[in-house]
Design a protein around this ligand. Structure first.
Ligand SMILES: [Zn+2]
Length: 162
């Protein structure tokens, strides 16, 4: 690609931000940016620089301090009201992450054991499914898991699980 094209793109990038450019030039610039990583990076950098300049030039309203305090207080109240939900989501996340993280080790352990005992592949592969089901407490539906977690943290009365 010739240097002229990059120079034109550079000019258009600057011009577009300041005074705007005709649709034909916009089209050309979009196409060039799609093909040219260096001009595309320059356009992004220009955009970011302008954005930070704009945010700096915003005058601080006189009521900002009191509004900020109000928001902080509001947020603190919200947090006090919803710690249990945070626990629920944290517990679900940890539980799922643990299951996902340990699955490969269980798989490898069963593969190793299966080969030691020279079992056919299908046997230890089925074993993986059984271990997974056992770890999920025999219930694979995520709703059950969530409900049990909610019951554990006291959000929901225990139900009779069959
Ligand atoms: Zn270019």
């Amino acid at each position: 690609m010739s240097q002229e094209l990059h120079t034109r793109a550079e000019q258009l990038i600057a011009q577009e931000r300041v005074e705007g450019i005709p649709p034909a030039d916009q089209h050309w610039l979009r196409q060039h940016l799609a093909q040219c990583p260096s001009c595309s990076a320059r356009a992004t950098a220009t955009e970011q620089a302008l954005r930070s300049l704009r945010s700096l030039s915003v005058p601080f309203p006189k009521t900002l301090a009191s509004r900020t305090q109000f928001r902080v207080r509001l947020r603190a109240q919200q947090l006090r009201a919803e710690p249990r939900w945070r626990m629920v989501w944290a517990a679900c996340g940890v539980s799922w992450a643990f299951g996902a993280a340990t699955a490969p080790y269980v798989w490898r352990g069963l593969e190793w054991a299966g080969h030691r005992m020279s079992l056919p592949n299908i046997i230890w592969e089925l074993g993986f499914g059984l271990v997974g089901a056992a770890r999920r407490g025999g219930r694979s539906h995520p709703d059950d898991r969530q409900r049990r977690t909610r019951q554990r943290v006291g959000l929901e009365a225990p139900t009779e699980l069959s």
